[in-house]
Each structure stands twice: as structure tokens, then as C-alpha cells.
Design a protein around this ligand. Sequence first.
Ligand SMILES: Cc1ncc(COP(=O)(O)O)c(C=O)c1O
Length: 150
Amino acid sequence: MNIPLIDLKAHHQALHAEITSAIQNILERTDFILGQDVAKFEEEFAAFCGTKYAVGVSSGVAALELSLLAFGIGPGDEVLVPAHTFTATAAAVSFTGAKPVFVDVDPGHLDSGCDQTRRSHHPEYKSDDSSSSLWPASRYGPDSRDLQKT
Ligand SMILES: Cc1ncc(COP(=O)(O)O)c(C=O)c1O
């Protein structure tokens, strides 16, 4: 029996006219890199997040890499990443020159965001060690209290 996981056609159908018209406008303006739609997105997303700025990038992995670079992560650093996540989490760490170190996830919420997880799975981790960082990836919704502590 073939059980479809997701019906992308049905999702797309509802948005087809809006997406087609937006793409058509981009093509007509030849806004192939950045342009007014990206600027509008950045402005609206910043407002949604309650931040001063938002930066649109080409992919999720690029967003992760840039965030790590903004924190000064690079060669010589270790970043703890959950063993249960998409490959982009560790790839972004590698792209900066830092070393991804896989840690197991908490069986309660399948994330590696809490300090307890850090300590139990990476005993050499010390919270005052600036060369060791934790990069939580929320696959199923974070336990916000744990992420706040992180
Ligand atoms: C947890 C996580 N991080 C990063 C990405 C990467 O996104 P992109 O494929 O846009 O680079 C994904 C994609 O599924 C993801 O699930």
C-alpha cells in the first residue's frame, strides 16, 4: 500500500495564482538577486520577530553558517550538535572550519538544548569554555525553558 506522506500538489494549488504572479513580477523586474521583494520580506520578518533587522539568504544551511560566523565560530572551535537532526546542522559548522561534535538527544523532547544533556553526553564540556558551543536544532518544537538556559 502506498501511503503518501505529504500532498505537495494540494498545498501548491491553494497558492498557485499568488506564487505565479509573484514570480512573474520578479522576472519582469529582473530582480534575480535581492530586489524589492527580498527587502520587503526582510522588513516584514524583522517586524514579525520583533527585531530591528532580518537578512534574507539563499538557504537554511547558509542562514546557519552565517549565524555561526556572527558568533565568531571558526577553526579551533567545537560545536555540539544533536545527533538526531538534518545534515545541514553539522554541515554549517564544518563550513565555518569548526568541528561538529555529535551529542545524543534528550529522550523527553528529542533535542539537545539543555545544559544537562550537554554535560551528560559531552563530559569535557564546561559552560565557561568559550571554544565549546552548543547548537541546538529544534525538530519538534523546543522546550523553550531549556533553550533560554542555553
Ligand atoms: C534542521 C534543519 N536545518 C537546516 C536545514 C537546511 O535547509 P536548506 O535545505 O534550505 O539549506 C533543514 C532542511 O530541511 C533542516 O531540517
